[in-house]
Design a protein around this ligand. Structure first.
Ligand code: ZN
Length: 265
């Protein structure tokens, strides 16, 4: 068996992703700083809250989030596990449909309102075709990605992000993911906008880091999972639409193009 390591796109060892909830007007300031630092984020929006005072406007969304991802956060922000199943389905599908009508593309990511869920909610989201769902309040403090994408626990809230910078940048594990979440209004409430710049200064322009939205990260890791190996493990077929990056035992880096079969020698 050939020993291989998976790498992120462009042979990066590490990935950084952010997730911000609720679509408050303070998101504008977060997006401006993300664009300055070259970060990619996922912004989880409740479409029934848009156009209210202190929230984003529908009209500004496509331009504001042009370099980022938007995902579902339900229409009205209920606890999804506490309402009737039919209501829960309505909440997530209406929000998804509203976002898809604004952005003209499928929106299949989600962040649980309040971060909470139960097994029925997870099973229902799977049936509805959601590809990932982020939790909150149960941060892993680790750089691992989840076994079940519909229970995607972040590494940390942004208030703890600086503690993870050094362990992240020096991690020797493959496919290391630092996942930071929060709410933009918390920077204002906690009067610590400088924290966002500290995170930016320490984590931007790192040659080993892939800056990705939640959806880009989930898709790439899912494509790795879908690679098909021969029993002898000496040949691999890539049935996905992503170019997969591999490092062989002798340190050579290979790319596995979509639809191609590669002999690992
Ligand atoms: Zn929320």
């Amino acid at each position: 068996m050939k020993e291989i390591q998976y790498l992120f796109p462009n042979a990066k060892r590490l990935a950084l992703t952010f997730s911000y909830d609720d679509g408050r007007a303070f998101d504008r300031r977060v997006v401006e700083r993300f664009n300055h630092y070259g970060f990619k984020g996922t912004f989880n929006l409740c479409t029934s809250l848009l156009d209210r005072p202190d929230y984003l406007t529908t009209a500004e969304l496509p331009e504001l989030f042009a370099e980022h991802e938007v995902a579902v956060h339900s229409c009205h922000h209920p606890f999804l596990e506490r309402i009737a199943r039919s209501q829960m389905i309505g909440e997530v599908l209406a929000d998804r449909q509203n976002l898809e009508a604004i952005f003209h593309k499928p929106v299949t990511g989600l962040a649980y309102p309040y971060g909470t869920y139960d097994p029925e909610v997870v099973a229902t989201l799977r049936t509805l075709g959601f590809t990932y769902a982020r939790t909150a309040g149960d941060e892993t403090g680790s750089f691992r990605f989840p076994q079940d994408w519909l229970v995607w626990r972040p590494t940390c809230h942004h208030k703890h992000a600086l503690e993870f910078v050094e362990p992240f940048l020096t991690s020797r594990y493959m496919l290391t993911v630092l996942y930071i979440w929060g709410h933009s209004y918390e920077f204002d409430r906690d009067n610590n906008w400088e924290l966002l710049d500290q995170i930016g200064e320490r984590l931007s322009n790192q040659p080993q880091v892939w800056y990705a939205t939640n959806g880009e990260l989930q898709h790439y890791l899912d494509c790795i999972h879908r690679l098909v190996f021969t029993i002898a493990q000496d040949t691999v077929y890539n049935p996905t639409d992503a170019t997969i990056w591999l490092r062989m035992k002798n340190d050579s880096v290979l790319t596995l193009e979509p639809g191609k079969t590669l002999r690992l020698e």
